[in-house]
Design a binder for this molecule. Structure first.
Ligand SMILES: [Zn+2]
Length: 421
């Protein structure tokens, strides 16, 4: 157990003790009822996501958009998603919303940051701590350890890379709300120990085009509009996450900008291209230019995820399949690529890694013998008949459980049995 984990576990226990005496938080009755109505099988949900907490003055997606995230037969345009996150940020001091850049067609490309009030107020300080840790050439081990003590894990959840994989975009609105307002010990521990960045839509041009074609027959059953897009971005379709060498696409440059600005230790990119709920370790061969610990920790995180979600009774969570683990053009190399040379020169100190769907970049000076934090790739698509595919409302629940069940494992272990009912 490394220092960060000990810190996380300790804080989790302290929070548990503090919160035990508090009055239970009210739940958002209407939203919770709608979650249950829209969920056709209890296997798609867990105690972490089968309800929504209520918070006075803080709007859920229902209040802003008129429906719950993942409501049957509704997909949200990028403008609506941003409208919700802006409203959440205006109402909650635990959320900050900002525009990072634009897409090719001029749509905003955004990040929402969620943490506790004090951390959000001091976001720049935490950014600078992580930035300093990201370059081991400028730090002694003692300085680095001091920074690790003061710093927080920055976890970056992203959705909507592949526009036909729709659930993550809806889910991330609800997850942002849940992380901002839930007073359960588990979620409070996340707020106190981490900064969660959320980019709900990596490919906003494609999102809006996809919503057009998905919603058209729902608005007019007689429509003859095609149900498949030739392109979803302005220039590219599914290979929009294979652009990390060329950085030809706006989304690639925006991803790189956030990676360089925030130096997040974790990037979790949500997809829906494989059956059941795939947490990637890939199947090799792995890139020899990455530190072996990077690959080792990628596996550790995936197995933590399989373990955590299986314990919560979520069926079909699996790993070790598609993805070669080598190709450096994938989006996750926004992180890996920065450390190639330092890794070669400074093996055992600098490491920074990710996967296409989920990456973790550990502070570079954590001793290599420390147990891993984690990296994993989630690829979620539930077995639903085609009629229920859009929106993938069950993925809404399951997608949230990934971050909640695997990412801050020490807290989860400390709090097992203490979660909301
Ligand atoms: Zn995908």
């Amino acid at each position: 157990m490394n220092a960060t984990r000990r810190k996380l576990a300790g804080l989790g226990l302290a929070i548990l003790v503090t919160a035990a005496a508090a009055t239970p938080q009210k739940i958002h009755e209407e939203y919770t009822r709608k979650i249950r109505e829209a969920t056709t099988d209890p296997a798609f949900t867990t105690r972490y996501v089968n309800y929504l907490p209520a918070a006075a003055g803080i709007p859920s997606p229902l209040e802003v958009l008129g429906h719950i995230a993942g409501a049957p037969n509704i997909l949200s345009y990028s403008g609506d998603v941003y409208k919700y996150l802006k409203a959440l940020a205006q109402a909650s001091p635990r959320v900050k919303f900002f525009t990072v850049g634009k897409s090719e067609e001029g749509r905003d490309w955004v990040v929402a940051a969620v943490s506790d009030e004090k951390t959000i107020r001091n976001l720049d300080e935490y950014k600078s701590i992580t930035a300093r840790l990201s370059d081991p050439r400028t730090l002694s081990d003692a300085e680095a350890q001091a920074l690790i003590k003061r710093g927080k894990i920055i976890y970056w959840a992203t959705g909507g890379m592949h526009s036909s994989e729709t659930g993550s975009v809806e889910m991330l609105m609800e997850l942002a709300y849940r992380l901002a307002v839930d007073e359960s010990p588990f979620i409070r521990a996340i707020r106190e120990n981490a900064i969660v960045l959320i980019t709900p839509i990596l490919e906003p041009d494609g999102r809006d085009k996809y919503v057009d074609v998905a919603m058209a027959p729902r608005k007019d059953p007689k429509t003859t509009i095609t149900n498949r897009l030739l392109w979803w971005g302005k220039y590219v379709a599914h290979d929009n996450n294979r652009d990390n060498i060329g950085l030809a696409l706006a989304l690639s440059r925006n991803i790189m900008k956030v990676a360089l600005d925030y130096h997040p230790q974790v990037m979790h990119d949500l997809h829906e291209s494989a059956s059941h709920l795939y947490i990637s370790t890939g199947g090799g061969p792995y890139n020899a230019w990455l530190d072996p610990i990077v690959i080792d920790e990628w596996h550790q995180l995936a197995y933590q995820e399989v373990d955590g979600m299986t314990r919560e009774g979520v069926p079909g969570v699996w790993t070790h399949a598609y993805y070669d683990g080598w190709a450096p053009n994938y989006a996750f190399y926004a992180a890996n690529g920065q450390r190639h040379r330092p890794l070669l020169r400074d093996a055992g100190r600098g490491r920074r890694f990710d996967t296409d769907h989920f990456r973790l970049r550990r502070p570079p000076v954590v001793p290599p013998q420390s147990p891993a934090q984690t990296v994993r790739l989630v690829d979620a698509r539930q077995c639903q008949p085609p009629a229920e595919r859009h929106p993938d409302r069950h993925e809404l629940r399951r997608g949230q459980q990934g971050p909640l069940s695997g990412e801050l494992l020490p807290q989860r272990q400390a709090l097992r049995g203490q979660g909301p009912g």
